[in-house]
Design a protein around this ligand. Structure first.
Ligand code: DGL
Length: 273
């Protein structure tokens, strides 16, 4: 079994890539929605919450644990590996390296939570891979919550509300010359249509501007997870693989939003950590 963890539904953007790449492997997804958002919490608090979640996943026999959350990875990956040395952990981080290789303007825009942007892990990443480019950052207030409520949001506030919320963060990066936008939070791929719309609107207003590319590290993380899983050589059996979804919040709300995001119905269970 592979465990996939996030503060909420965002990690499903990684989960769906893993499920697509290794469909025979049983997966258990855990969302700590009782404590969402992680992105505004102090790093040590996120570390404590993440260690507790990982302990639960390992207790459910997960041979690999994927921290499908940039904030939790930034806060806790080293502590997880030190605390549970027998379990391989796969984390996620803003894709500064591919973005720095891709940019033509020499400006990379990073969309992420405040906690990720303030972490030492992120500073190290920029120092290592972003030295020869300009990295401009944007915390995205309200984005995580918008994804957590996406079906209701689209119905109630309409596309305009979301377009404004997303455009207000994307446009300043484009205005600074960014032609490569890194999705540094696993919730953000679900806002991709609105991010693309903001890029399109900028392009119409600035026809000479370089077309901006969006980089989502989820497929690369899924490839890494497959490799780690294959290295363990666990036999899965022939039964259809389990797909479990657990949340520390409301199981009904999780199932409703996750079903909308994945495009098919899933059911979820609630737990208290
Ligand atoms: N999905 C998480 C990430 O990748 C953040 C969500 C939150 O703020 O809780 O950073």
């Amino acid at each position: 079994m592979i465990g996939v963890f996030d503060s909420g539904v965002g990690g499903l953007s990684v989960w769906r890539e893993i499920a697509r790449l290794i469909p025979d492997v049983p997966l258990v997804y855990l969302a700590d929605q009782a404590h969402i958002p992680y992105g505004g919490r102090p790093l040590d608090e996120v570390r404590r919450l993440t260690l507790r979640a990982a302990e639960w996943l390992i207790g459910r026999d997960c041979a690999v644990v994927v921290i499908a959350c940039n904030t939790a990875s930034a806060a806790a990956l080293e502590a997880l590996r030190a605390t549970f040395p027998a379990t391989p952990f796969v984390g996620i981080e803003p894709a500064i390296k591919p973005a720095a290789l891709h940019t033509q303007t020499g400006v990379v825009g990073v969309l992420a939570t405040p906690t990720t942007l303030h972490s030492r892990r992120y500073a190290d990443l920029v120092a290592r891979w972003g030295r020869h480019v300009r990295v401009v950052e944007q915390a995205c207030p309200g984005w995580v919550q918008a994804v957590e409520e996406l079906p209701a949001r689209v119905v109630c506030a309409g596309d305009d509300g979301l377009s404004r919320l997303v455009g207000d963060c994307v446009t300043p990066l484009l205005a600074q010359g960014a032609d490569t936008l890194v999705l540094g939070c696993t919730h953000f791929p679900f806002l991709r249509p609105w991010i693309e719309r903001a890029i399109g609107a900028w392009q119409v207003a600035h026809p000479d501007a370089q077309a901006a590319t969006i980089i989502d590290p989820a497929p690369a993380v899924a490839r890494r997870v497959r490799q780690v899983w294959l290295d363990l050589a666990v036999h899965c059996g022939d039964a259809p693989p389990a797909r479990e979804f657990w949340t520390t919040g409301s199981a009904g709300q999780f199932a409703h939003v996750a079903s909308a995001l994945l495009g098919y119905a899933i059911s979820a269970c609630a737990l208290t950590l």
